[in-house]
Design a protein around this ligand. Structure first.
Ligand code: DLL
Length: 435
């Protein structure tokens, strides 16, 4: 039987008590130990000792990624460096990497938070977890490693890369749970099929714990069909811990926050106002018991909502919806806000194309031009101009109807878009000359 965590099914009032107590302590510890917070709270006239309710927390100023960067590497530590056991770095996809530090206690929490994903997957000592998130400073590898060890399963710490070896390992070592980014799982699936394997027959997979980047429902369905397993989404970020802040259960209807360790608010990103459950906005996180790198009201820039209501799975922790993307991934095309995942959702209606795509932003004169490059499936006649133009036109008009913007579509050959072993690069911005 898989390990259980009693707090996962505790009455919500009990969880709220833990949160309120934790928030208070965290805010006071930040104020007393981190000069940044002392100044920021003082400037805002916010006294951390005055917190008596969740509404009181909403008076505290936010902390941003830029604040963490400005105080890198060790300026945001709430404990002496001698108490820090491990450090990790964010992937740095949007600028300078930020540091996450852990005491032994923080690692214990992390182990159990990722472990909740394994609980949802009903993992036990009979499972074999293949961890192909990268280990090197990215939080994916070790987070998955700690959580899978905690569950009692056998762990294969293979890390990312060498995809044919991943496939052979899946087959030869009888992996039952695959842990990596969803785009890398897709690359592994496609490679297995190319190697002549039939995953349903040759693998023993039953679950995948995939996160670190957005992926659409259509992408998930494709992955589940190819690898004949069930995919659970996992969310997290270096600034608050790494993977395990929220994890999906078998209902596949939102990700349960680890609410005893993280307090979540959803805000209007433009005004900072706290939004009611059900409304989409930016996720803001306060840690309740993190020792080395606590945060008070960290603006994640990730867009989601709190799903109202209880989950039939029995876990009482509130759920966030699957992430559309982050505020800085959002494309503004001729004044219209578009997330790459919305483009992905339109493409799923076309059997002739695969899940691999890339969005290229460029300028012509003073106008922004957006081109969606999408790979066709191998049986599509790319050499027939009529077929190509016909399909491009159909996808373009479907995008126009769904998103009210003109996006040029360019069909490209199967396997021509670069595969990633970690997070997929969906947007190439040629406007700034950075790619
Ligand atoms: O990506 C931690 C992680 C590792 C999560 C493995 C899940 C699995 P960072 O490199 O700091 O940490 O990047 C954090 O990735 O703010 C989101 O924008 C994005 N992200 C993470 N999980 C998801 C997800 C890790 N499930 C940033 N869906 C976050 C969508 C995600 N986006």
């Amino acid at each position: 039987m898989s390990r259980q965590i009693p707090i996962m099914t505790a009455p919500h009032e009990q969880i709220e008590q833990i949160q309120l107590e934790g928030i208070k302590q965290t805010a006071v510890r930040c104020y007393e130990n981190i000069p940044f917070y002392r100044k920021s709270f003082d400037d805002a006239g916010f006294d951390p000792r005055s917190i008596e309710s969740f509404d009181d927390l909403a008076r505290a100023p936010f902390v941003t990624k830029q604040d963490l960067r400005d105080n890198a590497p060790y300026g945001m530590l709430a404990v002496p460096l001698s108490e820090v056991r491990e450090v990790h770095m964010s992937s740095g996809t949007t600028g300078v990497a930020t540091l996450g530090a852990y005491t032994s206690h923080d690692i214990e929490i992390w182990r159990e938070c990722f472990g909740r994903g394994l609980v949802f997957a009903n993992a036990d000592e009979n499972d074999v977890c293949q961890i192909c998130y990268g280990y090197g400073l990215f939080t994916g590898g070790l987070g998955a490693h700690y959580g899978s060890m905690w569950s009692g399963a056998t762990v294969i710490p293979i890390s990312a890369g060498n995809t044919e070896r991943q496939v052979r390992t899946l087959r030869d070592l009888g992996t039952t749970i695959l842990e990596c980014t969803p785009s890398y799982a897709m690359h592994i699936a496609d490679t297995a099929i190319e190697m002549g394997l039939d995953p349903a027959r040759d693998f023993h997979l039953r679950a995948g714990i995939h996160g670190a980047e957005p992926f659409s429902d259509a992408f998930r369905a494709d992955l589940e069909r190819k690898l004949d397993y069930k995919v659970l989404d996992i969310y997290g970020l270096t600034e608050t811990m790494g993977p395990g802040v929220a994890v999906e259960c078998m209902e596949q209807d939102g990700l349960h926050l680890a609410e005893d360790h993280f307090y979540a608010e959803i805000i209007n990103p433009a005004t900072g106002e706290v939004l009611p459950d059900g409304e989409w906005g930016e996720l803001v996180i306060t840690t309740t018991d993190r020792e080395a790198s606590p945060v008070v009201r960290y603006r994640t820039r990730d867009i989601t909502r709190i799903i109202p209501g209880e989950c039939p799975c029995g876990c009482t922790h509130r759920r966030i919806d699957r992430l559309h993307g982050r505020t800085d991934d959002m494309l503004i095309i001729r004044g219209v806000n578009v997330f790459p995942s919305q483009i992905e959702d339109v493409m799923k209606h076309f059997d002739e194309v695969s899940s691999w795509y890339q969005i290229e932003l460029d300028t012509r004169g003073s106008l922004d031009v957006v081109t969606l490059k999408v790979e066709t499936n191998p049986n599509f006649p790319l050499d027939s101009i009529g077929a190509v133009e016909g399909l491009q036109g159909k996808i373009q008009s479907a995008l126009k109807t769904a998103l009210s913007v003109g996006i040029k579509v360019k069909l490209v050959e199967p396997k021509s878009i670069p595969r990633s072993e970690g997070k997929a690069k969906r947007v190439i911005d040629l406007r700034k000359g950075i790619n």
